[in-house]
Design a protein around this ligand. Structure first.
Ligand SMILES: Nc1nc2c(c(=O)[nH]1)N[C@H]1C(S)=C(S)[C@@H](COP(=O)(O)O)O[C@H]1N2
Ligand SMILES: [Mo]
Length: 398
Protein backbone atom coordinates (compact mmCIF):
# COMPACT_ATOMS: atom_id res chain seq x y z
CA UNK A 1 0.00 0.00 0.00
CA UNK A 2 2.92 2.28 0.59
CA UNK A 3 4.38 2.26 -2.91
CA UNK A 4 3.43 4.89 -5.41
CA UNK A 5 0.74 3.59 -7.64
CA UNK A 6 1.24 6.25 -10.24
CA UNK A 7 2.68 3.76 -12.70
CA UNK A 8 0.84 2.23 -15.64
CA UNK A 9 0.11 -1.02 -13.83
CA UNK A 10 -1.94 0.77 -11.15
CA UNK A 11 -4.23 2.26 -13.79
CA UNK A 12 -5.03 -0.85 -15.77
CA UNK A 13 -8.44 -1.31 -14.14
CA UNK A 14 -9.96 2.12 -14.75
CA UNK A 15 -13.64 2.34 -15.74
CA UNK A 16 -14.80 3.10 -19.27
CA UNK A 17 -15.20 6.85 -19.94
CA UNK A 18 -17.01 8.70 -22.67
CA UNK A 19 -14.80 9.86 -25.52
CA UNK A 20 -16.23 13.35 -25.60
CA UNK A 21 -14.55 14.40 -22.35
CA UNK A 22 -11.80 17.00 -22.42
CA UNK A 23 -9.11 15.02 -20.59
CA UNK A 24 -6.90 17.29 -18.51
CA UNK A 25 -4.85 14.48 -17.05
CA UNK A 26 -5.07 10.78 -17.85
CA UNK A 27 -3.73 8.87 -14.80
CA UNK A 28 -5.17 9.81 -12.35
CA UNK A 29 -8.18 10.66 -14.47
CA UNK A 30 -9.22 14.30 -14.62
CA UNK A 31 -11.75 15.33 -17.22
CA UNK A 32 -14.47 17.88 -17.90
CA UNK A 33 -17.25 18.08 -20.46
CA UNK A 34 -17.05 20.58 -23.31
CA UNK A 35 -18.74 23.90 -22.42
CA UNK A 36 -21.50 23.30 -24.97
CA UNK A 37 -22.20 19.85 -23.54
CA UNK A 38 -22.22 21.31 -20.03
CA UNK A 39 -25.19 23.58 -20.68
CA UNK A 40 -27.22 21.04 -22.63
CA UNK A 41 -28.78 19.68 -19.51
CA UNK A 42 -29.63 21.25 -16.15
CA UNK A 43 -28.95 17.89 -14.50
CA UNK A 44 -25.67 16.73 -15.98
CA UNK A 45 -25.95 13.16 -17.31
CA UNK A 46 -23.57 10.95 -15.34
CA UNK A 47 -21.38 10.10 -18.35
CA UNK A 48 -20.71 13.82 -18.86
CA UNK A 49 -20.25 14.74 -15.19
CA UNK A 50 -16.71 16.02 -14.60
CA UNK A 51 -14.33 13.61 -12.92
CA UNK A 52 -11.58 14.61 -10.52
CA UNK A 53 -9.50 11.68 -9.24
CA UNK A 54 -6.19 11.76 -7.37
CA UNK A 55 -5.37 8.05 -7.58
CA UNK A 56 -6.44 4.86 -9.38
CA UNK A 57 -10.16 4.14 -9.04
CA UNK A 58 -10.63 1.41 -6.44
CA UNK A 59 -12.60 -1.68 -7.45
CA UNK A 60 -14.92 -2.26 -4.51
CA UNK A 61 -17.44 -5.07 -4.08
CA UNK A 62 -20.50 -3.84 -2.26
CA UNK A 63 -20.70 -7.13 -0.34
CA UNK A 64 -17.17 -6.67 0.98
CA UNK A 65 -17.61 -3.01 1.75
CA UNK A 66 -17.92 -1.44 5.18
CA UNK A 67 -17.71 2.04 6.62
CA UNK A 68 -15.92 2.63 9.93
CA UNK A 69 -17.05 5.48 12.15
CA UNK A 70 -14.83 6.38 15.05
CA UNK A 71 -13.22 9.16 17.09
CA UNK A 72 -15.26 11.39 19.36
CA UNK A 73 -18.41 9.30 19.33
CA UNK A 74 -20.23 7.28 21.95
CA UNK A 75 -20.68 4.18 19.77
CA UNK A 76 -17.85 3.42 17.31
CA UNK A 77 -19.32 1.46 14.44
CA UNK A 78 -18.78 -0.53 11.34
CA UNK A 79 -21.67 -0.25 8.88
CA UNK A 80 -22.34 -2.32 5.76
CA UNK A 81 -24.14 -0.93 2.73
CA UNK A 82 -27.20 -2.88 3.87
CA UNK A 83 -27.07 -1.04 7.21
CA UNK A 84 -26.72 2.30 5.48
CA UNK A 85 -29.66 1.63 3.17
CA UNK A 86 -31.95 0.09 5.78
CA UNK A 87 -31.25 1.97 9.01
CA UNK A 88 -31.47 5.53 7.72
CA UNK A 89 -34.06 7.51 5.80
CA UNK A 90 -33.29 7.84 2.09
CA UNK A 91 -33.28 11.43 0.88
CA UNK A 92 -32.58 13.01 -2.50
CA UNK A 93 -31.13 16.43 -3.20
CA UNK A 94 -29.94 18.21 -6.33
CA UNK A 95 -26.53 19.79 -5.96
CA UNK A 96 -23.77 21.18 -8.10
CA UNK A 97 -20.27 19.97 -7.33
CA UNK A 98 -17.48 22.30 -8.33
CA UNK A 99 -13.77 21.71 -8.08
CA UNK A 100 -11.87 24.57 -6.42
CA UNK A 101 -9.56 24.29 -9.44
CA UNK A 102 -12.32 25.27 -11.89
CA UNK A 103 -10.92 27.86 -14.37
CA UNK A 104 -7.35 27.22 -13.20
CA UNK A 105 -5.96 27.24 -16.76
CA UNK A 106 -6.97 30.85 -17.13
CA UNK A 107 -5.26 31.73 -13.85
CA UNK A 108 -2.16 29.94 -15.09
CA UNK A 109 -2.19 31.92 -18.33
CA UNK A 110 -1.80 35.08 -16.28
CA UNK A 111 0.99 33.58 -14.16
CA UNK A 112 1.88 29.90 -13.99
CA UNK A 113 0.40 27.83 -11.16
CA UNK A 114 1.01 24.20 -10.23
CA UNK A 115 -1.83 21.76 -10.55
CA UNK A 116 -4.02 20.05 -13.12
CA UNK A 117 -5.32 22.58 -15.64
CA UNK A 118 -9.08 23.00 -15.84
CA UNK A 119 -11.22 24.98 -18.26
CA UNK A 120 -14.62 26.37 -17.25
CA UNK A 121 -16.37 23.03 -16.82
CA UNK A 122 -14.95 21.35 -13.73
CA UNK A 123 -18.39 21.50 -12.22
CA UNK A 124 -21.62 19.63 -12.86
CA UNK A 125 -25.08 19.35 -11.38
CA UNK A 126 -26.52 16.04 -10.22
CA UNK A 127 -29.17 14.52 -8.03
CA UNK A 128 -27.84 12.56 -5.10
CA UNK A 129 -29.66 9.98 -2.99
CA UNK A 130 -28.50 8.46 0.22
CA UNK A 131 -28.77 9.06 3.93
CA UNK A 132 -28.00 12.19 5.87
CA UNK A 133 -24.54 12.23 7.41
CA UNK A 134 -26.23 13.85 10.37
CA UNK A 135 -28.51 10.87 10.96
CA UNK A 136 -25.55 8.50 10.91
CA UNK A 137 -23.56 10.65 13.32
CA UNK A 138 -26.50 10.90 15.69
CA UNK A 139 -26.95 7.13 15.53
CA UNK A 140 -23.29 6.74 16.53
CA UNK A 141 -23.76 9.27 19.31
CA UNK A 142 -21.23 11.76 18.02
CA UNK A 143 -20.03 14.15 20.71
CA UNK A 144 -21.03 17.79 20.69
CA UNK A 145 -18.77 20.73 20.04
CA UNK A 146 -18.62 21.31 23.80
CA UNK A 147 -16.79 18.01 24.01
CA UNK A 148 -14.34 19.08 21.33
CA UNK A 149 -15.95 17.42 18.31
CA UNK A 150 -15.21 20.09 15.72
CA UNK A 151 -14.47 18.23 12.51
CA UNK A 152 -15.81 15.29 10.55
CA UNK A 153 -12.80 13.76 8.80
CA UNK A 154 -13.27 11.46 5.84
CA UNK A 155 -10.84 8.95 4.36
CA UNK A 156 -11.39 7.41 0.95
CA UNK A 157 -10.37 3.92 -0.17
CA UNK A 158 -8.31 5.16 -3.11
CA UNK A 159 -4.70 4.57 -2.24
CA UNK A 160 -1.78 5.76 -4.30
CA UNK A 161 -2.19 9.54 -4.53
CA UNK A 162 1.32 10.75 -5.48
CA UNK A 163 0.82 13.59 -2.96
CA UNK A 164 0.51 11.09 -0.07
CA UNK A 165 3.76 9.15 -0.30
CA UNK A 166 3.28 7.30 2.96
CA UNK A 167 0.34 5.44 1.53
CA UNK A 168 -2.58 7.32 3.02
CA UNK A 169 -5.70 7.36 0.87
CA UNK A 170 -7.36 10.59 -0.29
CA UNK A 171 -8.85 12.45 2.64
CA UNK A 172 -10.54 15.68 3.65
CA UNK A 173 -12.75 17.11 6.38
CA UNK A 174 -15.69 19.42 6.97
CA UNK A 175 -16.76 21.19 10.13
CA UNK A 176 -19.20 19.49 12.49
CA UNK A 177 -21.32 22.59 12.11
CA UNK A 178 -21.83 21.74 8.43
CA UNK A 179 -22.02 18.00 9.09
CA UNK A 180 -24.75 18.31 11.74
CA UNK A 181 -26.69 21.24 10.26
CA UNK A 182 -30.23 20.01 9.50
CA UNK A 183 -30.21 22.50 6.63
CA UNK A 184 -26.66 21.66 5.53
CA UNK A 185 -27.85 18.66 3.49
CA UNK A 186 -24.61 16.70 3.72
CA UNK A 187 -25.30 13.20 2.41
CA UNK A 188 -23.65 9.83 2.33
CA UNK A 189 -24.81 9.14 -1.20
CA UNK A 190 -25.14 5.77 -2.91
CA UNK A 191 -27.09 6.97 -5.95
CA UNK A 192 -26.42 9.66 -8.52
CA UNK A 193 -29.06 10.77 -11.02
CA UNK A 194 -31.36 7.97 -9.86
CA UNK A 195 -28.87 5.13 -10.39
CA UNK A 196 -26.24 3.36 -8.35
CA UNK A 197 -23.10 5.49 -8.11
CA UNK A 198 -20.59 4.76 -10.84
CA UNK A 199 -17.02 3.80 -9.98
CA UNK A 200 -15.63 7.17 -11.09
CA UNK A 201 -18.01 9.02 -8.79
CA UNK A 202 -17.34 6.99 -5.65
CA UNK A 203 -19.12 3.62 -5.73
CA UNK A 204 -20.44 2.37 -3.41
CA UNK A 205 -20.62 5.39 -1.06
CA UNK A 206 -19.45 8.99 -1.13
CA UNK A 207 -19.90 12.20 0.77
CA UNK A 208 -21.88 14.94 -0.95
CA UNK A 209 -21.29 18.20 0.90
CA UNK A 210 -23.21 20.80 -1.08
CA UNK A 211 -22.11 24.44 -1.24
CA UNK A 212 -18.50 23.71 -0.42
CA UNK A 213 -15.54 22.83 -2.62
CA UNK A 214 -15.72 19.47 -4.39
CA UNK A 215 -12.57 18.29 -2.60
CA UNK A 216 -14.53 17.74 0.61
CA UNK A 217 -17.06 15.38 -1.00
CA UNK A 218 -14.91 12.32 -0.43
CA UNK A 219 -15.57 9.40 -2.79
CA UNK A 220 -15.17 5.68 -1.96
CA UNK A 221 -15.71 6.60 1.67
CA UNK A 222 -13.95 4.15 4.00
CA UNK A 223 -13.71 5.91 7.31
CA UNK A 224 -15.26 8.81 9.22
CA UNK A 225 -13.34 10.14 12.22
CA UNK A 226 -14.87 12.78 14.48
CA UNK A 227 -12.00 14.88 15.74
CA UNK A 228 -11.01 18.13 17.45
CA UNK A 229 -8.75 18.69 14.42
CA UNK A 230 -9.13 19.03 10.69
CA UNK A 231 -8.16 16.09 8.52
CA UNK A 232 -4.42 15.45 8.50
CA UNK A 233 -4.63 14.78 4.79
CA UNK A 234 -2.35 16.60 2.38
CA UNK A 235 -5.53 17.77 0.68
CA UNK A 236 -6.68 19.55 3.82
CA UNK A 237 -3.34 20.85 5.04
CA UNK A 238 -1.18 21.44 1.96
CA UNK A 239 -3.60 22.06 -0.87
CA UNK A 240 -6.93 23.83 -1.39
CA UNK A 241 -5.85 26.99 0.41
CA UNK A 242 -5.81 30.50 -0.98
CA UNK A 243 -2.96 32.96 -0.33
CA UNK A 244 -2.39 36.52 -1.42
CA UNK A 245 -0.71 36.93 -4.77
CA UNK A 246 2.73 37.68 -3.29
CA UNK A 247 3.05 34.16 -1.87
CA UNK A 248 4.88 31.82 -4.24
CA UNK A 249 6.84 28.58 -4.04
CA UNK A 250 10.04 30.47 -3.11
CA UNK A 251 8.69 32.29 -0.09
CA UNK A 252 5.93 30.08 1.27
CA UNK A 253 6.63 28.75 4.79
CA UNK A 254 5.05 26.10 7.00
CA UNK A 255 3.73 28.94 9.11
CA UNK A 256 1.84 30.39 6.14
CA UNK A 257 0.46 26.97 5.19
CA UNK A 258 -0.61 26.22 8.76
CA UNK A 259 -2.18 29.58 9.50
CA UNK A 260 -4.16 29.77 6.25
CA UNK A 261 -7.64 28.29 6.57
CA UNK A 262 -8.49 25.39 4.32
CA UNK A 263 -11.15 26.17 1.75
CA UNK A 264 -14.71 25.17 2.56
CA UNK A 265 -17.54 27.28 1.07
CA UNK A 266 -17.35 28.08 -2.60
CA UNK A 267 -17.39 31.64 -3.82
CA UNK A 268 -19.77 33.02 -6.42
CA UNK A 269 -19.01 31.89 -9.95
CA UNK A 270 -20.29 32.29 -13.51
CA UNK A 271 -19.02 31.58 -17.00
CA UNK A 272 -20.11 31.88 -20.62
CA UNK A 273 -20.37 28.47 -22.27
CA UNK A 274 -21.59 29.62 -25.67
CA UNK A 275 -20.49 31.14 -28.02
CA UNK A 276 -17.00 29.67 -27.91
CA UNK A 277 -13.98 31.95 -27.54
CA UNK A 278 -12.69 33.32 -30.86
CA UNK A 279 -15.70 32.13 -32.81
CA UNK A 280 -17.50 34.02 -35.56
CA UNK A 281 -21.25 34.28 -35.15
CA UNK A 282 -24.17 35.82 -37.07
CA UNK A 283 -27.20 37.69 -35.81
CA UNK A 284 -29.29 36.77 -33.97
CA UNK A 285 -27.26 34.81 -31.43
CA UNK A 286 -27.60 33.88 -27.79
CA UNK A 287 -25.02 33.98 -25.03
CA UNK A 288 -25.48 31.10 -22.60
CA UNK A 289 -23.75 30.05 -19.42
CA UNK A 290 -24.01 29.02 -15.81
CA UNK A 291 -23.86 30.78 -12.46
CA UNK A 292 -23.59 29.35 -9.00
CA UNK A 293 -23.56 30.92 -5.54
CA UNK A 294 -21.29 29.38 -2.91
CA UNK A 295 -22.59 28.03 0.39
CA UNK A 296 -26.13 27.65 -0.93
CA UNK A 297 -26.55 31.36 -1.60
CA UNK A 298 -29.07 32.23 -4.28
CA UNK A 299 -28.04 33.72 -7.60
CA UNK A 300 -30.14 36.86 -7.92
CA UNK A 301 -28.75 38.27 -11.11
CA UNK A 302 -26.33 37.75 -13.96
CA UNK A 303 -24.96 40.73 -15.89
CA UNK A 304 -23.67 40.65 -19.44
CA UNK A 305 -21.34 43.10 -21.13
CA UNK A 306 -20.63 43.17 -24.85
CA UNK A 307 -17.93 45.80 -24.62
CA UNK A 308 -15.40 44.49 -22.14
CA UNK A 309 -17.16 45.76 -19.05
CA UNK A 310 -17.95 49.35 -20.10
CA UNK A 311 -21.68 48.78 -20.02
CA UNK A 312 -23.90 45.99 -18.70
CA UNK A 313 -27.35 44.52 -19.17
CA UNK A 314 -29.35 41.85 -17.37
CA UNK A 315 -29.24 38.29 -18.59
CA UNK A 316 -32.30 36.11 -18.24
CA UNK A 317 -32.01 33.42 -15.60
CA UNK A 318 -33.59 30.36 -17.16
CA UNK A 319 -33.63 27.90 -14.33
CA UNK A 320 -35.17 29.04 -11.14
CA UNK A 321 -34.18 26.79 -8.31
CA UNK A 322 -36.67 27.05 -5.51
CA UNK A 323 -34.79 26.31 -2.36
CA UNK A 324 -35.42 27.52 1.14
CA UNK A 325 -33.14 30.48 1.89
CA UNK A 326 -29.48 29.55 1.54
CA UNK A 327 -30.10 26.03 0.31
CA UNK A 328 -29.64 26.86 -3.36
CA UNK A 329 -27.23 24.00 -3.97
CA UNK A 330 -27.68 23.87 -7.75
CA UNK A 331 -26.39 26.19 -10.43
CA UNK A 332 -28.62 28.30 -12.68
CA UNK A 333 -28.32 28.71 -16.42
CA UNK A 334 -28.59 32.15 -18.02
CA UNK A 335 -29.07 33.48 -21.51
CA UNK A 336 -28.92 36.77 -23.36
CA UNK A 337 -30.01 37.16 -26.98
CA UNK A 338 -28.62 39.75 -29.38
CA UNK A 339 -30.78 40.49 -32.39
CA UNK A 340 -29.29 43.77 -33.55
CA UNK A 341 -25.98 45.59 -33.34
CA UNK A 342 -25.83 49.19 -34.56
CA UNK A 343 -22.22 48.81 -35.65
CA UNK A 344 -23.23 46.12 -38.14
CA UNK A 345 -25.23 48.71 -40.11
CA UNK A 346 -21.93 50.15 -41.27
CA UNK A 347 -19.39 47.36 -40.92
CA UNK A 348 -19.07 43.81 -42.14
CA UNK A 349 -17.62 42.59 -38.85
CA UNK A 350 -17.71 43.69 -35.24
CA UNK A 351 -15.42 42.26 -32.56
CA UNK A 352 -17.12 41.92 -29.16
CA UNK A 353 -15.62 41.30 -25.76
CA UNK A 354 -18.33 39.37 -23.92
CA UNK A 355 -18.23 39.31 -20.15
CA UNK A 356 -20.44 37.89 -17.45
CA UNK A 357 -20.67 38.37 -13.71
CA UNK A 358 -23.17 37.03 -11.22
CA UNK A 359 -24.63 38.49 -8.02
CA UNK A 360 -25.93 36.53 -5.05
CA UNK A 361 -28.51 37.31 -2.38
CA UNK A 362 -25.82 38.94 -0.19
CA UNK A 363 -24.82 41.22 -3.11
CA UNK A 364 -21.53 39.41 -3.54
CA UNK A 365 -20.24 39.56 -7.06
CA UNK A 366 -17.13 38.34 -8.87
CA UNK A 367 -13.77 40.12 -8.97
CA UNK A 368 -12.92 41.77 -12.24
CA UNK A 369 -9.31 40.78 -12.74
CA UNK A 370 -7.56 37.48 -12.37
CA UNK A 371 -4.45 39.30 -11.21
CA UNK A 372 -6.21 40.40 -8.03
CA UNK A 373 -7.00 36.85 -6.98
CA UNK A 374 -4.03 34.96 -8.38
CA UNK A 375 -2.77 32.38 -5.89
CA UNK A 376 -0.11 29.74 -6.16
CA UNK A 377 -2.43 26.74 -5.98
CA UNK A 378 -4.64 28.25 -8.65
CA UNK A 379 -7.84 27.81 -6.70
CA UNK A 380 -11.14 29.71 -6.61
CA UNK A 381 -10.68 31.56 -9.86
CA UNK A 382 -14.00 33.34 -10.18
CA UNK A 383 -13.05 36.55 -11.99
CA UNK A 384 -15.30 37.95 -14.72
CA UNK A 385 -15.37 35.48 -17.56
CA UNK A 386 -14.32 37.00 -20.87
CA UNK A 387 -15.07 35.61 -24.33
CA UNK A 388 -13.84 37.39 -27.45
CA UNK A 389 -15.94 36.82 -30.54
CA UNK A 390 -16.55 38.36 -33.95
CA UNK A 391 -20.07 39.06 -35.19
CA UNK A 392 -20.35 39.05 -38.96
CA UNK A 393 -23.00 40.58 -41.15
CA UNK A 394 -24.39 37.80 -43.31
CA UNK A 395 -26.30 39.81 -45.85
CA UNK A 396 -23.65 42.44 -46.16
CA UNK A 397 -22.30 43.80 -49.41
CA UNK A 398 -20.59 46.56 -47.41
N1 LIG B 1 -11.61 9.56 -2.40
C1 LIG B 1 -11.56 10.65 -3.16
N2 LIG B 1 -12.52 11.57 -3.05
C2 LIG B 1 -12.49 12.70 -3.80
C3 LIG B 1 -11.43 12.94 -4.71
C4 LIG B 1 -10.43 11.93 -4.83
O1 LIG B 1 -9.49 12.05 -5.61
N3 LIG B 1 -10.52 10.81 -4.02
N4 LIG B 1 -11.40 14.13 -5.41
C5 LIG B 1 -12.13 15.24 -4.81
C6 LIG B 1 -12.23 16.41 -5.64
S1 LIG B 1 -10.88 17.46 -5.65
C7 LIG B 1 -13.39 16.75 -6.29
S2 LIG B 1 -13.51 18.20 -7.11
C8 LIG B 1 -14.56 15.84 -6.29
C9 LIG B 1 -14.96 15.47 -7.69
O2 LIG B 1 -16.05 14.63 -7.71
P1 LIG B 1 -16.46 13.90 -9.07
O3 LIG B 1 -15.25 13.22 -9.63
O4 LIG B 1 -17.57 12.97 -8.70
O5 LIG B 1 -16.94 14.98 -9.99
O6 LIG B 1 -14.30 14.65 -5.57
C10 LIG B 1 -13.54 14.82 -4.41
N5 LIG B 1 -13.51 13.57 -3.68
MO1 LIG C 1 -11.42 19.38 -6.77
Amino acid sequence: MSEHKNDKEAYKNEPYRNQEFVVNFKDPFNAEPTPTRLIQSYITPTEHFYVRNHAPVPDIKESAYFLRIEGLIGKPMVLTMDDIKSKFEKVTIAATLQCAGNRRTMMSEYKKVKGVGWGIASLSNGTWSGCRLRDVLEYCKAFSKDSGAFHACFWGLDFGCPEEPDGKPYGSSITMEKAMDPEGDVLLAYEMNGETLTRDHGYPLRVVAPGIIGARSVKWLGRIIISPYESESFFQRRDYKIFHSGIDWNNITDKVWDSTPSLQELSIQSAICSPAPNSTVYLPFTIMGYATGGGGRKIERVDISLDGGESWDYAEIMTEEKGPVNRYWSWVFFRYTITHLNQLDHQKQVPLKLMCRAWDNASNTQPRDVKDIWNLRGVMNNCYHIVDIVVENKKSNL
